[in-house]
Ligand binder design. Sequence first.
Ligand SMILES: C[S@@+](CC[C@H](N)C(=O)[O-])C[C@H]1O[C@@H](n2cnc3c(N)ncnc32)[C@H](O)[C@@H]1O
Length: 233
Amino acid sequence: MFTKTAKHYDAVYSGKDYADESKQLASLIRKWVPEAKTLLDVACGTGRHLEHLAQNSGFDCTGVDLDHEMLAIARERVPAAIFYAGDMCDFALDVEYDVVACLFSSIGYARTVERMNRAVANMASHVLSGGILVVEPWITPESWIVGKIHSSTVETDEFVVTRMMVAEPVERGRVVFEYMIGGSNGISRVSETHEMGWFTHLEYVSAFKKAGLTTEHIQPGLTGRGLYIGRKS
Ligand SMILES: C[S@@+](CC[C@H](N)C(=O)[O-])C[C@H]1O[C@@H](n2cnc3c(N)ncnc32)[C@H](O)[C@@H]1O
């Protein structure tokens, strides 16, 4: 996870247009659940979507994430939202929401089909009748290219981060990130291993069906990876 680099996460993903994604998501929600008011973002990270969904779209927002460092940043960013620490597979909030979302491929952290089924069922159990579960999937098996390297460099007033990422040859995907972080104290190096799992279209559809949701897969979704939208009857 991003525990060691949480304070650099927003800079690393500064090219991602959270404002536009949140606007698209809000308009999609208005189509599916016109009266929607409450929204839960599972694996909310540093709260970048929630910031816009709360401030610009007027949702009552809640976030869940496993990582306390990410949550600390989210709490500061979106004081109007409520945040809880929890695992997508078994968090239990005792509240149901009009919309539950799991964005930016965070579902990949479920890693195995069995855990992805549990995560979808658990998230669905937090959806109000008539509400929706929205999951933005991770990459497809076809686009998992072992050994593929990505790299990026970002500069802020405080630090420079260069990150390289390699896709490792484990069954459903392990991603290793190597960071070089330069600041006023010099340059440090940080390694992170993200144990993840890609899932097939049929595996997602089956998980939604088992969770009792009527499902649609829409393309291109918010970022080109599509979206699974399941309605609870
Ligand atoms: C790629 S980041 C996405 C964060 C945020 N949704 C965004 O769009 O920036 C993945 C997030 O999933 C969280 N995460 C990983 N495993 C998790 C789990 N089992 N349950 C809940 N959150 C998890 C990480 O801590 C991280 O914040």
